[in-house]
Design a protein around this ligand. Structure first.
Ligand SMILES: [Zn+2]
Length: 118
């Protein structure tokens, strides 16, 4: 069983789906970083403020970074469908809820991520 509640899982899945469509829109625009993100536009109108900020952060990414992000998001969605979402790909431990809320597609737990960055 997942350490996440059904509601948390559902919320995070919606966040992933939103992030996925945002990333696809930005990639389709061809030049991320050059187009201002319409925070009140139709595309992200239903997102929370935090997600709107995340979309803006995404808009600053290079095409390559965005491509990697999209792949991570898709991998997370695949894991979600398989009931394995929120599990660290390195140590197989649980990824903290706060970390997932900040970065729904996080592939590793904080401890592993930090060990990679040292
Ligand atoms: Zn880990």
């Amino acid at each position: 069983m997942s350490h996440l509640s059904t509601k948390q899982l559902e919320d995070l899945r919606l966040r992933l789906l939103d992030a996925k469509s945002s990333a696809k829109i930005l990639l389709a625009q061809g030049a991320p970083g050059t187009e201002p993100v319409e925070a009140s536009g139709k595309t992200i109108g239903r997102l929370t403020r935090m997600d709107a900020l995340q979309v803006q952060a995404m808009a600053q990414m290079s095409r390559h970074q965005l491509d990697i992000r999209l792949k991570q998001i898709e991998a997370s969605l695949t894991e979600w469908e398989a009931g394995k979402y929120g599990v660290c790909r390195h140590c197989k431990g649980s990824i903290g809820v706060k970390r997932l809320e900040a970065l729904p597609e996080a592939p590793f737990c904080l401890a592993c991520q930090e060990s990679f960055e040292v």
